[in-house]
Ligand binder design. Sequence first.
Ligand code: HEM
Length: 414
Amino acid sequence: MELYSNRGLTTVGTVVRISPTEVSIQDPTAVQQIYQIKGEFLKSQFYEAFLPGIKNVFSTTDVNYHRRHRRLLASEMSESGLALHRDTVETKVRMTIENMAEEMETRGATSPADAAISLQQENQYIKDLKLLGFAGGLRSTFPTLMKINQYIPLPVLSLGTQVRERMRLYATQSLGRHYKLVEEQGRNAKPTLLSKLYRASEDDQDTLPFEELREDAMSYIAAGSDTTTNTLTYLIWAVCKRPDIKAKLLAELSTLPDGFTDQDLRKLSYLENVIQESLRLYSAAPSGLPRVVPQGGATLAGHFIPGGYTVSAQAYSMHRNPAVYREPLKYDPSRWENPTKAMKDAFVPFGGGSRICIGLHLAKMELRLATARFFTRFPNATLSYLEGFTDKDMEPTMYFLMSPKKQRCLINAH
Ligand code: HEM
C-alpha cells in the first residue's frame, strides 16, 4: 500500500508489525471489524499508561464500568441533548471572536487557538492541557520510561503527575461551581454537560458518585479542549491559504439569515464539507487507537492475528491513503460532495464503535458555529507574516494529539 507522509509517498504494508505483539492495520474493512459497537476488541493497557491513576470513560479498560458511564453520559451529549447547551456554545464562540478582534487591535494579528482557550481559564490551565497529552503520549508509547522512572525520576513524568492532580482540581472546581448554583437556584440553574447526573436523587440508580463524576469531568476537559481548538486552527489556516475555497464558503455563508443559529448552519453543505476535510487532514487525535485481539485470534486484512496481540489503526494514514482519497495531501472540501463508501469507511477522526468520541456532536456544533462566525466577521482574513510566522509553524507534532509544531497560527483578521 502506498501512503503519503510529510516526507512524500512511501510504500508500506497495510498490515505492519510494530512490536513483537503489536500490529498496525490500515485497511478500511479491518478497521470496521476492530472498532465495532458490540465489538470484542477492547481498549489495551495503553490507556491506563496514558492516564495512570485515573479511571474515567476515556481511559477505562473495564467493559462494565465503561458501559455504565457511557450510558449515563450519552444523552446529554446526543444531538437532541445538546440543544440545551446551544446558547452556551454560541456565547463562548461570540466571546472568542471578540477576543480575536481585540487581539487584532493590539497585536496586529490573531491566533485562533489562544483566543478560544484564553476565555476558558488561566495560563497554567492551558499549559497543563498541553503537558497532559505530551506526558501521556510519552508514557504509553515508551512504557520502558516508567520502569526507568522508578530508579531515576524523570522530570517530565513527575511533571505529568502534578498536571494530573491539577486537572483533578479543575474538574472539582468546575463541578463545585455547578453544585453551588443548583443549591442557590434549584432546577433552574444553567445546565452543564453533567447536570443530569448530579440532579438525580441520592438513591437513584441513574447517578454517579462524586469521585467518578469528577474523573469523567476530567476526561471532558482534557479530551474536549485542545482537540476542537486545534481542528479549528487548522481549518482557518487551510481556508485562508485558499482564496477559491474561502470565496465559496463566504458565498454560502452569505445566504444565512441575520442572527443565524446552529440550526441554520446544519443546512449548509459546503460548510459541512470544509469541516469534514479539516477533520480528514488535521484530525486532532490521529494516532493509533490500540485494541486487544480477543481470545482465539482474528483474521484482519487477510492476516491471522493471535488473541492477546494489540492491533491499532490510525486516522493519520487512513486519511492519506491515495487508493481511497485522490490527491490525498490536497485540501479539497469538494471531495466530500459525493463520497465513496471507501472514503466513508476510512474516515475515522473520532475513532469508532463503542468507544467512538462521545463529544463528536458537540465538537461539530462548535466547529460549525466558530467557522461561520469567524468568516462572517472577518471575510478578508488572510495568513499573517507577523512575528516571523510561516507555514512551517503549522507542521504537525503528535503526542497522541496533533497540534501545530510552534503552537501558534497567526491570522490577519480584518
Ligand atoms: C474535533 C474534536 C475532537 C476529536 C478529533 C476527538 C477525537 C476523539 C477520538 C479519536 C476518540 C477515540 C479515542 C480512542 O478510541 O482511544 C475520542 C474519544 C473521546 N472523546 Fe473526543 N474528540 C473531539 C472532541 C471531544 C469533545 C468536545 C469532548 C467532550 C467534551 C470529547 C470527549 C471524548 C471522550 C470522553 C472520549 C472517550 C469516549 C469513550 O471511550 O467512550 N471529545 N475523541
